[in-house]
Write a protein that binds this ligand. Structure first.
Ligand SMILES: Cc1cc2nc3c(=O)[nH]c(=O)nc-3n(C[C@H](O)[C@H](O)[C@H](O)COP(=O)(O)OP(=O)(O)OC[C@H]3O[C@@H](n4cnc5c(N)ncnc54)[C@H](O)[C@@H]3O)c2cc1C
Length: 378
């Protein structure tokens, strides 16, 4: 099947869906509310389940020039900074899961996707506009993010809900004073996840190692009542000079506060007159670092079902049959990570023991179902 599709939103979901559908022969019109794409957001981890699909869009080379392939994911105790476990990435990830693990700035990823969409003769993009209610398109897609207005009109659709946690994000450039101190204490060539009761911090290099991306997740409120300037004011770690991580975070300037919301993936995703993908359908908490990866998988899967069936309702039913169990499982992993990463007392001790005694092979094998997945294989 191919025809005409209108897509609301030029985020990661909208652009990748547009590219996959255009390659499958569809005429695509993207309607983006913003006047232009600003480099908003921060770093993203792109696991092999996402990069294998971006490779099929011939984007891997362009992405590799703007990203870093980290050597490992290191889990550490946030209070002692001592290692708990490491999952090998780098060449090992590319071999085991068939595609690289990359870390990149969201704005850089979006610009690469936009550049590819602009080159594609079957895609047109209109900025400063929304879905045309009088559209004659065969399929209308809502890729309009966690606050989706396409979703707002859908009976039985999920709503965005606050997770109770706030993501504090900062980018530390190589010429910032804090960069050298952070690089000396964390692994500047890996993804480091530092775990403590009710708190975790993820740090990794982006922009070819010229900046460090920091994300700290802490309980908080959805509103803007919290006027703290720095995560060091609110981080639940001991506040004294001897405490390395607290001092390191206090050095960092330019934190942005981001209340974390999710959207239950079990809600109604709509039909051909308005069908949800990406965060609009299933925004995820960031504990498994899979929100953008799921948006990319959605685009590939949607194009695959529409290639396989000329009947749009049947293709959308097939899409839901393959995507719902996958999304439920990934959202479950995010919940599990939140529980174990933020654990205290005996649960934290048990976690540390399991991590310490598990072989590197077992640690990697635990990700096979997630990173080895091919969303376009039906
Ligand atoms: C702290 C944090 C860390 C994260 N880390 C990771 C990570 O490491 N790895 C990962 O895979 N994911 C991560 N994510 C998730 C990831 O950022 C999102 O899942 C992903 O960006 C969602 O893409 P999207 O295109 O669905 O939505 P968005 O990126 O929100 O794009 C929606 C677009 O639609 C436009 N729009 C909105 N309304 C309308 C309308 N009515 N009409 C037209 N256009 C409209 C918006 O302007 C925007 O351009 C993280 C998220 C958070 C909060």
């Amino acid at each position: 099947m191919n025809g005409r599709v209108q897509i609301a939103g030029a985020g990661i979901a909208g652009l990748t869906t547009a590219l996959f559908l255009a390659r499958a022969g569809w005429e695509v019109e993207i309607r983006e509310r913003a006047q232009r794409l600003e480099p908003v957001g921060a770093g993203l981890q792109l696991s092999p389940n996402a990069t294998r699909l971006l490779d099929r869009l011939d984007l891997l080379f362009a992405l590799q020039t703007a990203s870093v392939a980290p050597e490992a994911i290191e889990l550490r105790d946030a209070r002692s900074l001592k290692p708990l476990a490491a999952v090998a990435l780098g060449d090992f990830a590319a071999k085991r899961w068939g595609a690289p693990y990359l870390v990149i700035h969201r704005g850089d990823l979006q610009q690469k996707l936009l550049a590819a969409a602009v080159q594609e003769s079957k895609i047109s993009i209109c900025f400063g506009t929304e879905i045309d209610p009088a559209t004659q398109a065969d399929l209308v897609i809502g890729a309009d993010g966690v606050w989706s207005s396409t979703r707002a009109g859908l009976p039985g659709a999920s709503r965005a809900r606050f997770s109770g946690h706030v993501a504090w994000r900062a980018l530390v450039e190589a010429n910032d004073d804090a960069f050298a101190d952070l690089a000396a204490h964390l692994s500047p060539t890996s993804v480091t996840a530092l775990l403590a009761p009710s708190f975790h911090l993820v740090a990794y290099p982006i922009r070819q190692g010229k900046a460090l991306n920091l994300v700290a997740i802490i309980p908080g409120t959805a509103g803007s009542q919290d006027w703290s300037q720095s995560v060091a004011d609110v981080v639940p770690l001991p506040n004294h000079r001897a405490h390395t991580l607290h001092d390191l975070l206090a050095e960092v300037r330019g934190w942005t506060r981001w209340p974390v919301h999710d959207v239950d993936p079990a809600g109604n995703w709509g039909d051909a007159s308005g069908f949800l993908v990406g965060d609009a359908a299933h925004a995820m908490t960031p504990y498994a670092a899979q929100g953008a990866a799921m948006a990319i998988e959605d685009g590939a899967a949607l194009a695959a079902v529409l290639r396989a069936s000329p009947d749009i309702p049947a293709a959308l039913a097939r899409y839901e049959a393959v995507r719902r169990p996958r999304l439920a499982r990934v959202a479950g992993r995010a919940r599990f990570n939140r529980f174990t990463w933020h654990a205290a007392g005996p649960v934290a001790l048990a976690r540390n023991l399991v991590l310490k005694t598990r072989s590197p092979e077992r640690l990697s094998a635990d990700f096979d179902w997630l990173y080895g997945f091919d969303a376009a294989a039906l």
